[in-house]
Design a protein around this ligand. Sequence first.
Ligand code: AHR
Length: 558
Amino acid sequence: MNGCVIMSDKCALCKAAAKGDGMRKLFSIVAAVIAATSASSSPPQATPISVSIAADRAGPKINRDIFGQFAENLGTGIYGGVWVGEGSTIPNVRGLRTDVLTALRALKVPSVRWPGGCFADEYHWRDGIGPRAKRAVTVNGSWGNALEKNDFGTDEFFDFIQQIGSEAYISVNMGSGSVKEAADWMAYMTADPGTTAGAERAANGHRDPHKVKFLGIGNESWSCGGAYRSEYYVDEMKRYARFVRNLNLKQQGTDNPTGGSVAGSNPMQRIAVGPGSPGTDYTEAVMRAWKGHDWSWSIEGLSLHNYTWVSWPPSYASTGFGEREYATLIKDTLKMEDMIRIHSAVMDKYDPEKKVPLVIDEWGVWLAKLPGSRDGFLHQQNSIRDAIIASINLNMFTRHADRVRMTAIAQMVNVLQAMILTDGPKMVLTPTYHLFKMYVPFQDATRLPITFDAGIYRFGDVSVPRIDAIAARAADGKLWIALTNIDANAPAQIDAQLQGIWARTASGTVLTADRVDAVNTYDKPDSVVPRQIAARVSNGRISLTLPPRSVTVLSVTE
Ligand code: AHR
């Protein structure tokens, strides 16, 4: 292979050696392949990298739900980050901060997962409805024992997602709650105002039923959600799937005058807990149960959690790091590919038609907390490295778009790999925010087959692919290409050829920075922001130079 890693839809990102106890064997084989490949000579960096896009051959749809986000009652993710209260001097709309709403709107966030995470399994929804002065004051035992005043509850959450134009992904409490509590919550959210539950919601200012597009049945039930054996989880999951009903008849389609259970155009999807490691215990148990399900229950998604953290507890710094840390975290990110492949293979066994999506509803870079920040608040900075890691993850998701049809990055504001950081009235957009904005055109686009020589970027004994790329045709017919140059030092020359069309122009934006640890701060918010880039187009071929440590998104006219 001439020292290159060939990338295509079939042979996606190279499986750089990943960590993970159960799969050590598989990973060491993969590591050996990488090592062997690395030993051969890389092409000179100045040699253009050929990219070939089959613009006339459509692949699967890149479901826009792949670009979902997660906002947990954790640290300042909600309080301070999203919710400041109506009486705040920080400009707000019904208590939700205006600057954050405006920024999120531009990302076209398809769904927001709430209230957790681990917090979901100790959240009692009744604490967070009705007049705020009368709400329960509790302690967030999952996250730093913070005081939870429950000011941001169910109705505030729906106001939030409506204001940013998103949809609800509600995780119900399966750890310390009950089927009845979850069913009652769903009735409060979705029942007709003619019912007692719906009337209570109406009395709280929301006459029309809310729409719950996704329902999470538990969270990490193998750990913080109750440490259940997979068999126990499956038995409980069936009860929740059966009785936690969405009563929004318009959404479910059961208001069909002829009766029956005709699905609406956008019925709720129930998402079961799945794996958080290469071990397939939960995947097997849930999918086996799904294959044998009868009319009385089902699920429409299996969750997978996978973070970039190298090892637990996360110790890598989010600022002031060097190239070794950069390369190591990129390599650790590539284990997502193995996670998807391992668990998709089990799903394929029970569900070859890929009816059940793999829902990667927690992913991202989990780093050491910022010095001086509170324990349990998971507050970290966000660098160009993290944006590059987001592009690598999103590209992997699109390559598996037939199975991976929804994800949620952890998390939205102030927590882990956040889009936005706030400090009192100050707000700054992170490199990951800009990356998500650049990728908006890929929402609901059709993936196009692409092949290229990924090459190798090495730092010491760490080897990873040097280039990553995806291409897609948007619903409006426009063609888009995303190109990531992972190499921390060398630019990459691209020579792209598009089969089936004649390219006329190619231009877009590039996100890069002068250092791998570059971040945006309240004082310098524009250190890592996208800038315009135009490619040369000659005889239908596109050529451009990708700066080191960069992501470029181009739109092509034909
Ligand atoms: O995203 C932070 C936490 O990580 C979530 O609450 C939990 O589900 C996971 O372990």
